[in-house]
Design a protein around this ligand. Sequence first.
Ligand SMILES: Nc1ncnc2c1ncn2[C@@H]1O[C@H](COP(=O)(O)OP(=O)(O)O)[C@@H](O)[C@H]1O
Ligand SMILES: [Mg+2]
Length: 505
Amino acid sequence: MHRKPSYEELERGAEKLKKERDALSQIIDNTPHGIATLDKKGNYLRINSHFTKLTGYTLDDIPNKKKWFEKVYPDEDYRKQINQAWNKDSDKIGVGEIREFKIRCKNGESKQIEFRSTFSKDQTISVLTDITQRRKAEDALRESEERLKAIFGANPDPVAVYNADGHPLYLNTAFIDVFGWTIEELQGKHIPFVPKDQEKLARTKIEEIYRTGDSVRFETKRFTKQGRIIDIFLSAAIIKDYKGMHNGLVVNLKDISNRKMLENQLQHAQKMEAIGTLAGGIAHDFNNILFPILGHTEILLMETPEDNPTHNRLQKIYKGAQRAKDLVRQILTFSRHGSVELKTMKLQPIVKETISFVKAAMPDTVAIEEHIDDNCKAVKADSTQIHQIVMNLATNASHAMEENGGIIKVSLKEIKFGENDLISPDMKPGTYICLSIADGGKGMDEELIKQIFDPFFTTKEKGRGTGMGLATVHGIVKKMNGEIRVLSEPGKGAIFNIYFPEAKS
Ligand SMILES: Nc1ncnc2c1ncn2[C@@H]1O[C@H](COP(=O)(O)OP(=O)(O)O)[C@@H](O)[C@H]1O
Ligand SMILES: [Mg+2]
């Protein structure tokens, strides 16, 4: 049976409860979070002291939610937005979504507050945490990250940042423009742009970076996504993290194709110039030596009866000396020592004449097809030189088709180049006469094409080729302010297009 508690016992119990309540409200007041309870009508029931510390407001300022909203969200649009967010929770029981808003405190200060609410049947408990500092730090971090990204992106040279596995982490805009890959395509992969013959160099340099910790700089080549090879000046350095540990590489890949091309052109021009001067000097001496040989042989030939065996020998000497004279003439043209005066003329007659001349010397398996446009305008030229050009190109074409025979197509037509379709920076917009000699012979690869205009470059056996043919053609065309283009692939024949500028009288 229960007995009624005595008065003292009741007092003790009440004392104990009061102590517990004080302890609880102390805990609530001292947590570093604002805590508020509201009834279902939106009236504030209690707020802890940290709430007032955080916002400046007491229960007198904010008897209900409506007042709270008006005070802390003075901007009407913002207030509406927040109302809508909370309305989603109107029927909710349990823990609500975590929300974040900017409030205005009683002293006018703005604070970024994180709200966590718990909803029960008859009340709502809201916990407010001040995250102003955290957000500020995050914003600062994001800002500095964005600034770095902008600097990285604005760098006009391609830059790639690699992680410690050698996979790209970032590529700047210039990289994407020049090489064609985006970071998404290369995620977790090595960039497939090191040509085979550059792999060893790349490996050695990476080893060097990691061994010495110093940056490296070197010239190399890289593929683009389209498979084009470009000349690159590469500089690379280790990235260290805040503990000083290696964390990958930053690599600058400056496209120096243009500079390389100009360098090569200059080198080539200088080489031609030097060979020209040298060959020209020798050719002059040669001419002087050949002159009496030819002259005296001619006299001896006249003086020797044809049935005399010596006549045949003299004939051979004469022919040999004649060939030497032709070669010397070619060298002189190429070296520009034989200065000629260019005259305004139409090319049609001289091209036709030369074709009929070379036809006679061609093997039966080779035919020549002519497509000469009689309306082509005049150019400034020397007929002997045009003869040389056609002779040389036609002879080469015929040599290229030696094995299987075929047709050489010679055409002459007019072509207009506008500002945007010029094929060389040396050309000016205008009308050009294009002489084209195409064959279906063995063709040439890229490496070979690079060398064919070099003086004395030949792939033919001794006595067959002198290697001066195309060098001469090149010399003549350049002097006429023209351009040469070669289109060829191994086994697919070759087309030599020569563009002469129209004569302006
Ligand atoms: N139409 C062509 N088809 C294939 N190869 C050619 C053609 N024209 C020129 N070549 C190549 O270019 C080289 C140089 O030509 P060229 O200067 O005329 O000298 P040569 O004919 O004396 O060898 C040739 O040896 C040949 O390898
Ligand atoms: Mg030749």
